[in-house]
Design a protein around this ligand. Structure first.
Ligand SMILES: Cc1ncc(COP(=O)(O)O)c(C=O)c1O
Length: 400
């Protein structure tokens, strides 16, 4: 049985996820753990599959942005520690307790309200990491007095155990490290204030991928490994530095749905912004902006067919794009790579991000529920998950 009925799919190479965890394992101090950041459905790769692979490759915990994402991991049977990095509305803290999920606090008032809610619900205690804002300007306590208030509120809360303290860097991926260094100094000062006040520090963490690459000595108890887990560099600058060799895990593939050769000048797609010359071969591919393939790639990007680049011609439609094919033998059903490698050629997520005017992070995150995810290990399909129909299929039912 075919597990999905469209000829467009994402492939995730689980060996790449493993290799990336291992590369960071070798790079950071032995005593530093790895928290795999699988928010946004594992940056579009699939949070459950990436999370499981990361945990079996050396990561010891997972992090997500919001509680719903954490519950998805638990429902899939993941029992490792899971931390919600973002804000959790107080009304939901009993759900975190039910699933044994750690939350982030950055306000004494939130701690008091969460304690009241857990008492009211008769819930089990939960672990809390305190977020400090050392220069990101997003969430977190900003000074030692505020921090001590949160710590003391936690100490007075039987249902909230203080299990971690962290900060997040705003500029660790840049050549100029002054902002990251200043943030780290502020973080150290906050930790010192806690020690001076006689507090025993729980798990301390500050490094995202970029900081872990550049300052592995700032690893403390764990790094929070996001983009590097997926084999992508946090910035073109760090890619060029190549401190670590990373392996991209995601490819986006499709198959030709229609081929035609222009007998005479022929306009292509909405707005007739491209005119094929007589003799040009145009293939139609079943992917569009409603899948998260940006319309900004209209008349700009390229795909790979028969190992060569085929430029995208005309506007990206909601469900389809057209490409100018070089090969005269192109046929309906031929495999086309939109992101990833084919033969000697590669369309990297960095290249696509450059064309769209964004960062590589956003490109896989845009790929949405309409696209089935195919997981491979050692080249073999291990599982297929189609978010649109929410079906899991074992490898033996896959014939793509
Ligand atoms: C608080 C926090 N920690 C860690 C990460 C992971 O960052 P990166 O993907 O750059 O490794 C993120 C992602 O944005 C984050 O928000």
């Amino acid at each position: 049985m075919k597990p999905f009925c469209r000829d467009t799919w994402v492939e995730v190479d689980l060996n790449a996820i493993r290799a990336n965890v291992e590369a960071f394992r070798r790079h950071i101090p032995a005593a530093t753990g790895i928290m795999a950041v699988v928010k946004a459905d594992g940056y579009g790769h699939g949070a459950v599959h990436v999370g499981q692979e990361a945990l079996s490759s050396g990561a010891d915990s997972l992090a997500v942005a919001m509680l719903d994402e954490a519950v998805v991991l638990r429902e899939a049977g993941i029992t490792a520690p899971v931390l919600v990095l973002g804000y959790t509305p107080v009304e939901s803290v009993a759900i975190a307790s039910r699933w044994g999920i750690e939350l982030t606090a950055s306000h004494a008032e939130w701690v008091e309200q969460a304690e009241a809610e857990l008492t009211r619900a008769g819930a089990q205690p939960i672990g809390i990491h305190i977020k400090t804002d050392t220069g990101m300007g997003r969430l977190g306590v900003r000074d030692a007095d505020e921090l001590l208030q949160v710590v003391e509120a936690l100490e007075h809360s039987p249902h909230l155990n203080w299990t971690g303290i962290f900060t997040h860097f705003a500029c660790a991926d840049e050549e100029d490290t002054s902002h990251a260094r200043a943030q780290h100094e502020r973080f150290q000062a906050l930790l010192s204030a806690l020690r001076t006040a006689g507090k025993t520090l729980p798990r301390v963490h500050c490094c995202n991928t970029a900081a872990a690459m550049v300052f592995p000595e700032w690893g403390y108890d764990t790094i929070r490994l996001g983009i590097g887990l997926y084999g992508l560099y946090p910035s073109p600058y760090l890619k060029q530095q190549a401190v670590l060799q990373l392996t991209p895990a995601l490819s986006l593939k499709t198959r030709i749905a229609h081929v035609k050769t222009a007998a005479e000048a022929m306009t292509v797609s909405y707005g007739a912004t491209y005119t094929a010359k007589p003799g040009e071969t145009i293939a139609t591919l079943p992917i569009g902006y409603a899948d998260g393939f940006s319309r900004l790639l209209s008349n700009r990007g390229a795909v790979l067919h028969a190992g060569s680049r085929a430029p995208i011609v005309g506007r990206v439609c909601m469900d389809q794009i057209m490409v100018k094919i070089q090969s005269e033998t192109a046929q309906v059903g031929d495999e086309v790579v939109l992101y990833g490698r084919q033969g000697m050629e590669e369309i990297s997520l960095d290249e696509v991000a450059g064309l769209v005017g964004t960062i590589n992070y956003e490109i896989p995150c845009m790929l949405n529920y309409r696209i089935p995810r195919v997981y491979r290990r050692d080249g073999e399909v291990t599982e297929v998950f189609h978010p649109l129909t929410m079906t899991h299929r074992p490898a033996h039912s896959v014939n793509n």
